[in-house]
Design a protein around this ligand. Structure first.
Ligand code: HEM
Length: 532
């Protein structure tokens, strides 16, 4: 297979130990690797045994912390090709030049389970893509569902504490079948739409090759003239989206907890490369307030009938990793890794993510130099005045390491936008400093109901079964009742059947929380431009 720029770069770091002499890390050849150095054949091991000490110390430090979420993952290399130039909307060169093949690295994951957990559990799946573009790394850190459980990043630690195993007994390991998860849902009704997706067959995909991906947030495209559009990203697998059925998923979890990685690995080894098309939904800035939901709300989709998905390119995964730890575990995705032509919006979930990823990687990957790890290096040059820190690999030359100096003329200079320098989109921002949520984020049920209504009868049956199974495991009867009452706002038939299955009372209807009342989808309810 032809090597792309990332393959060539990784080649410099690959080591083949076959046919080599065994040495210590200092390069010293060793004569013996099975017996430690002892005082007498039956005597104690000696402190002097540097070979034993080095080997054991390295082993003792082999593990790094698993990701705080998305710990269980599997990845592959590939490339992205563009169908047509998007220069009308963005100046990102990997989206304007159809002759380019951009190397990519994709990591799929479950969210809740720990590193060794089973892969076919009911859960959201991560779908994170690193594009090694000529202008720097661009990361599209998405999921296989188009919305999320919460609207504001400040709730993320609470949400994750509620979905992870319960703290007093670490049970259950990886499922939404427990009191804390459903208690969180009932107390955070913005989760309704995402919970519908999580209880649907989308949460038990048959294969990573048959899974859609979504950027979830609204991002911005900015073109060479500085004109911006809102954009949502989609991945559509050429094989289509397929799911397991619950009984099948549970059996596979027991028989082959590695089911999804085995499927991806073997397909790629067999040359049966998975292909995903990249789709975009594009919205003009002047259309921001034309919907009955807020386009910045990550619990909402943009209906595809209103804003069609345009397929603009395809990604082929064509090479397995050489080493899972070096590549899959050490890769660091960050929603804040952007290139000129792609920018953020004020989605309050996205804004918080912009902080969280680098922060967590500083501890997970042991300090500030994880960008130097082979899998994380951009394929274009990187130069700045950052220095030192744990595990620094670069040897920066020269006496000066600060911007604007008159002692040396060799420190890196900034670039103009014409030269490829990143310029933040100059959005006008005005308003009072407040700690609350815009009223335009308050309808939590209309799209959940639209989702339910779009399901076929068998899909509805699966959703009822999933709710009944998961909520049925909840021990606290009040929590069960709150969930039943909450989902009556999505569909009364759904809630009644779940109530019946779990032994709760029939739903009481809307409940007391004003956010439970879904305004009807109508022109009067269109989101108004907020007063500043
Ligand atoms: C991983 C935080 C929402 C997709 C992670 C990690 C953190 C995190 C700390 C571990 C990263 C690492 O150790 O390298 C957050 C926060 C969120 C949020 C604070 C909301 C405020 C989302 C959303 C999506 C998403 C909405 C999807 C659109 C992912 C994926 C990974 C991940 C795919 C795994 C990346 C990999 O494979 O290495 N997130 N996340 N997250 N997150 Fe989020």
């Amino acid at each position: 297979m032809e090597k792309n720029r990332k393959d060539e770069q990784l080649e410099q770091f690959r080591v083949d130990d076959r046919d080599q002499k065994l040495t210590t890390n200092q390069g010293l050849k060793v004569t013996e690797d099975e017996f430690s150095l002892k005082a007498g054949v039956r005597g104690p091991t000696l402190m002097e045994d540097f070979h034993f000490r080095e080997k054991m110390t390295h082993f003792d430090h082999e593990r790094i912390p698993e990701r705080v979420v998305h710990a269980r993952g599997f990845a592959a290399h590939g490339e992205f090709e563009l169908y047509e130039s998007m220069n009308q909307y963005t100046k990102a060169n990997f989206l304007t030049d159809t002759s380019k093949k951009t190397p990519v690295f994709v990591r799929f994951s479950t969210v809740v389970g720990s590193r060794g957990s089973a892969e076919t559990v009911r859960d959201v799946r991560g779908f994170a893509t690193k594009f090694y573009t000529d202008e720097g790394n661009y990361d599209l850190v998405g999921n296989n569902m188009p919305v999320f459980f919460i609207q504001d990043a400040i709730k993320f630690p609470d949400f994750v504490h509620a979905v992870k195993p319960e703290p007093h007994n670490e049970m259950p390991q990886a499922a939404s079948a427990h009191d804390t998860f459903w208690d969180f849902v009932a107390n955070n009704q913005e989760s309704a739409h995402m919970v519908m997706w999580a209880m649907s067959d989308r949460a038990i995909p048959r294969s990573f090759r048959m899974m859609e991906g979504f950027g979830v947030h609204t991002f911005r495209f900015v073109n060479a003239e500085g004109v911006a559009h809102f954009v949502k990203f989609h991945w559509k697998p050429l094989l289509g989206a397929h799911s397991l059925v619950w009984d099948e998923a549970q059996k596979i979890s027991g028989k082959d907890p590695d089911f999804h990685r085995r499927d991806l690995y073997e397909s790629i080894e067999n040359g049966d490369f998975p292909v995903y098309e990249l789709g975009v939904q594009i919205l003009a800035e002047e259309d921001e307030f034309k919907f009955d939901f807020d386009v910045l709300d990550p619990t909402k989709i943009w209906p595809e009938e209103d804003v069609p998905v345009k397929l603009i390119g395809k990604m082929t995964l064509n090479r397995n990793v050489d080493n899972v730890f070096a590549e899959t575990e050490q890769v660091a995705f960050h929603v804040g890794n952007v290139v000129p032509g792609i920018d953020f919006t004020n989605d309050p979930l996205l804004q918080g993510r912009l902080f969280s990823y680098t922060d967590t990687q500083l501890i997970r990957l042991g300090g500030p130099n994880f960008h130097e790890l082979p899998i994380n290096r951009p394929v274009c040059p990187f130069h700045n005045n950052q220095r030192d820190g744990y595990h620094r690999m670069t040897i920066n030359k020269g006496p000066v390491s600060y911007h604007k100096n008159s002692l040396a003329n060799n420190t890196p200079a900034t670039s103009t936008p014409e030269e490829g320098g990143f310029e933040h989109y100059q959005e006008k921002v005005e308003g009072r400093k407040v700690r609350n949520r815009s009223d335009s984020f308050r309808d939590h049920f209309s799209q959940a109901t639209l989702f339910w209504n779009s399901m076929s009868d068998i899909e509805k049956e699966h959703i009822i079964d999933a709710f009944s199974f998961e909520v049925g495991k909840v021990k606290n009867k009040d929590v069960q009742q709150q969930v039943v009452d909450m989902f009556a706002n999505v569909n009364v038939d759904l809630a009644t059947k779940v109530a019946d299955a779990v032994g709760a009372n029939p739903p009481t209807g809307g409940g007391s929380d004003v956010t439970k009342q879904s305004p009807a989808l109508s022109q009067e309810n269109m989101v108004k431009k907020p007063d500043t």
